[in-house]
Write a protein that binds this ligand. Sequence first.
Ligand SMILES: NC(=O)c1ccc[n+]([C@@H]2O[C@H](COP(=O)([O-])OP(=O)(O)OC[C@H]3O[C@@H](n4cnc5c(N)ncnc54)[C@H](O)[C@@H]3O)[C@@H](O)[C@H]2O)c1
Length: 314
Amino acid sequence: MRILVTGGAGFIGSHLIDRLMEEGHEVLCLDNFYTGHKRNILKWLDKPYFELIRHDITEPIRLEVDRIYHLACPASPVHYQYNPVKTIKTNVMGTLNMLGLAKRVKARILLASTSEVYGDPEVHPQPEEYRGNVNPIGIRSCYDEGKRVAETLAFDYHRQNGVDIRVARIFNTYGSRMLFNDGRVVSNFAVQALRGHPLTVYGDGSQTRSFCYVSDLVEGLIRLMNGDYIGPVNLGNPGEYTILELAQKIQQMVNPDNEIAFKPLPQDDPKQRQPDITKAKTILGWEPTIPLDEGLKLLIDDFRSRLNSGESSN
Ligand SMILES: NC(=O)c1ccc[n+]([C@@H]2O[C@H](COP(=O)([O-])OP(=O)(O)OC[C@H]3O[C@@H](n4cnc5c(N)ncnc54)[C@H](O)[C@@H]3O)[C@@H](O)[C@H]2O)c1
């Protein structure tokens, strides 16, 4: 099949491309390199069934494809808050452009949505039916409200134009190729620990998160794309850890002498978030397989070799 991956030079997109290329598909990677890098897809650049397109999805594009994995959008608060208006444009105009393309060429399109659509949830864990508790005017709104509109657009294109959609709500995902400077908790702790700096915990560290290893997530995306269920489907690892527990794990793995430093909680930081993955289990037969300790080891090994090879802040 000919498959377009928007945001294909990013963290999740590049791992997805690895799988699709290994399965023998023809892959078009579309990216504006805002947070993505050529190094993530370097091994495919000279392959005849791989094509790299430098393009910003806020502008329309005409392509002939069978499937679209629509991932383009900065995912970490540092990057999506850097230019919030651009983030909204990417989510709204970018998603409109991709749905328009899917409609024109009758391609199936999978939207990478997010657990952020649940905001600061009052229901725990969050099933897909939960409608969320989102602040429409906060500093995260460009991302979480942007993704909510993206979901609305997907479902309206489906109802109105019969576009074949799939919607994944992705929870915290981590793994090799994450940016050092993306401000997400796992990458922060890993970089701090490897550099011998104190690990920064915001608040008292009792807020919880779930962490899904990227290869598990990619498997979930592929199953959702290939199945009949349009979603939305939660994809994430229900194992719940406090931020303090995570800091201590990484501290132990890298250097038990590293200190943990506590700082005030940022605005709009959700207290807890954990996926209810009953739908993914029953409909897709999917659940995560990589335990946190194993995934952290893979990430730390990757970060260590990138730091040793001189890769700097990003
Ligand atoms: N990583 C997570 O934990 C997580 C959680 C929930 C949802 N998601 C979603 O998954 C998708 C991929 O996330 P990621 O973690 O790989 O992030 P990432 O920042 O590594 O990847 C996003 C990619 O999109 C590209 N991009 C951004 N804006 C673009 C634009 N206007 N035009 C073209 N390309 C553009 C970036 O250059 C980058 O390569 C995103 O849609 C994100 O919202 C990720």
